[in-house]
Design a protein around this ligand. Structure first.
Ligand code: ATP
Length: 299
C-alpha cells in the first residue's frame, strides 16, 4: 500500500502541494486529477524520490521509498525519456537489467506486451523511427516490464487515440487484478471517472475533493433522472424538488434534490404514453466538482 501523509512542497515561496493525504491499497487504481500546475507531477516526483518534499511522509508497504524498492516500482513520466537511438529490445534489456530481470524474462515479457499493444513488429526497430503514439506505447511497456507492485502513470493517455487508450486500459486492469497499486494523473475527468476506485482533485496544490468515487457519488444527494419521450419541460420544472431540466435531442436530464423526488417525477410521467426511458443516475464528477468548488472544472 502507498501512503502519502501530510505532504507539502514549496518551490521557493510557491506552495506547489499543500498538505496532501491519500492511500492506494493493493489492487486499487487511484486518480490524481488537476488542471495544469495543480501539483500532479510534483507529487509523483516526491513519491519516486526524485524530489525532496518540504514536509510529510511517503511510504510503500510501510517503508520509505528508496533504492531497495525501486525494482518494484514502474514510472511513466510525463516527459518521454526513451533512448531513441536504441532498438526496442535494446532499450528493454537496458531498462529490465536495471530492474533486476534476466534476459529471458525481458524477452518473454517484451514479446507479450508488444503483442498486447498490437505492435510485435517493432521489437527490433529503432525507437526514433516509430510514431509518437508508438513511442508512448514503448515507454508504457518499459514502465510495466517488471510487473511493478506500484505503478505511477503521469498523463498516460495524453496524445493517444481512443483505440490505443483502450489497449492501455486493458493492460492497466490486468496489473490491478494482479494486485498492483496504480496511481495515475490526468486533467481529464472522464478518464478518472471511468477508471478509478478513488481520487483526489487538486486545485493549485490544495485538495478540493477526495475519497472513493462510489462514496463521493453516493454521499452526494442530488441525482439525475434521464427521460426519453414527449414530456413538457415547464411542467417538469414545476415539480417540487426538481432543480433543473435540460433537453437534448428528445432526451431530458432532470436534476433532482434527492431520491425522494423520484416518485413525484415518476407520478408525472406514468400516464404519458410514449416514454421509452426513465433512469435514475448518479451525478457526474463534474457536477459534484461544480457544487463543491463553485466553478466548472472543464472551463
Ligand atoms: P501539468 O498538468 O501542467 O503537468 P502539474 O499538475 O503536473 O501540471 P506541477 O508541474 O507539479 O503541476 O506544478 C505545480 C506548481 O509548481 C506550478 O505552480 C509550477 O509552476 C510549480 N513548479 C513545478 N516545477 C517547478 C520547479 N522545478 N521549480 C519551480 N516551480 C515549479
Amino acid at each position: 500500500m502507498l501512503k502519502v501523509e501530510n505532504v507539502t512542497k514549496y518551490y521557493g515561496t510557491n506552495k506547489a502541494v499543500d498538505n496532501l493525504n491519500f492511500e492506494v491499497k493493493d489492487g486499487e487504481i487511484f486518480g490524481l486529477l488537476g488542471i495544469n500546475g495543480a501539483g500532479k507531477t510534483t507529487t509523483f516526483r516526491m513519491i519516486t524520490g526524485l524530489l525532496d518534499k518540504t514536509e510529510g511522509n511517503i511510504t510503500f508497504d510501510g517503508k520509505k521509498i528508496d533504492y531497495n524498492v525501486t525494482d518494484k516500482i514502474g514510472f511513466l513520466t510525463e516527459e518521454r525519456s526513451l533512448l531513441t537511438k536504441l532498438t526496442v529490445i535494446e532499450q528493454a534489456k537496458l531498462y529490465g537489467g536495471l530492474k533486476g530481470l534476466t534476459e529471458t524474462e525481458i524477452n518473454e515479457r517484451l514479446d507479450y506486451l508488444l503483442e498486447r499493444l498490437e505492435i510485435p513488429e517493432y521489437k527490433t526497430r529503432k525507437i526514433k523511427e516509430l510514431s509518437k503514439g508508438n513511442q508512448q506505447k514503448i515507454q508504457f511497456i518499459m514502465a510495466i516490464l517488471n510487473k511493478p507492485k506500484l505503478l505511477i502513470l503521469d498523463e498516460p493517455f495524453s496524445g493517444l487515440d481512443p483505440i490505443n487508450i483502450e489497449l492501455f486500459k486493458s493492460l492497466i486492469m490486468e496489473l490491478k487484478k494482479d494486485g498492483t497499486s496504480i496511481i495515475f494523473s490526468s486533467h481529464r475527468m472522464d478518464h478518472v471517472e471511468y477508471f478509478c476506485d478513488a481520487l483526489v482533485i487538486l486545485v493549485k496544490g490544495r485538495t478540493v475533493l477526495e475519497g472513493y468515487l462510489k462514496e463521493i457519488k453516493e454521499g452526494f444527494r442530488k441525482k439525475n433522472i434521464i427521460i426519453e419521450g414527449s414530456v413538457n419541460e415547464s411542467e417538469l420544472k414545476k415539480i417540487k424538488g426538481v432543480l433543473k431540466v435540460e433537453e437534448n435531442k428528445g432526451v431530458f436530464t432532470v436534476s433532482i434534490e434527492n431520491n425522494n423526488v423520484v416518485s413525484s417525477v415518476f407520478d408525472y410521467i406514468k400516464n404519458k404514453k410514449d416514454i421509452t426511458k426513465f433512469v435514475v443516475e448518479e451525478p457526474t464528477l463534474n457536477e459534484i466538482f461544480i457544487e463543491k468548488v463553485g466553478e466548472s472544472y472543464e472551463k
